[in-house]
Design a protein around this ligand. Sequence first.
Ligand SMILES: [Zn+2]
Length: 234
Amino acid sequence: MQVIFAFNGDPEDYVRSDAHLKVCRPKACPNCRKSRTLRALGYYSRWVSSSARRKTTLVSIRRFRCHACRLSTSMLPDFAQPYRLVATDTVEQYLGGSKCGEAVAAWADLLEVYQRRFDERLPWTTSVLSSSYGLVELPQAAVEVWCEICGYFGGARCLTLRLAGDVGVTVFGIYQCHHPAGRLPVHTTGVFPYGRAPPTLPHGHDNDLGTSPWLRSSATSVATTASSGEDTQM
Ligand SMILES: [Zn+2]
C-alpha cells in the first residue's frame, strides 16, 4: 500500500532535514484496517525532479509492514507523484498551461507525456470527481479542468493526496498500491501494478523543512534497513 502525506517543502528540504527519519506510521494498516499493527520496515529510494533545471533528488521513502496482513505500506511525501519522476509542483504548472519556467522547460519531454495521459483519462477523471466529490459541470478543456480541480482541492499536491487516499486513483491512472488487496474497483479501465521507482539519476539539495503532522519532531528509534529501487508489492 502507499499513503501520500503532506510535506511542507520540496525534495531538497526533505533530504536536507532527514525528514525520512521522522515519518510517523499510520494508526491503522491501510490494507486490513487493523489498528497498531504497523512495524518499521526501513526505506526504499526513489528519484524526484527538482524545481530548478533538469536536476533530480534521491529521496528515502519510509516503509512499514503490517504484522496482521503482512503487507507493506510506503509513505510518499506529496511533492512526488506516484511512479512519476517529475515533481507535483512542476506538473501543476505545466498542466495549468504554464509552458515556461526553469523546471517546466527542463522536463518538457516528460511533461508532454503526462499531459497526454491526463487528457486520455479526463472523461474518467471527471466522472470520478463528479461521483465522489459532487464536482459537476466541469469545463470541457483539459487545462480548465485542471485549474478548477486544483483550485477546489487547494493545489495539485492536495488533489493527488485526496484522490489517492479517498478514491484510490490519480489523474494519471489507478494503481494497486492505493487499494486494499482484492478490492480493486471494478469500473477501472487500466489498473497498474505497483511499479518501479523512477530511473537512477544524479541529485542535489537546498532550503528549509516545514512542518507536517506526519513527521516526528525528532528522529529516534527508527529502523534503517535501506533498500533501493522497487518497493515490495502493495
Ligand atoms: Zn494489515
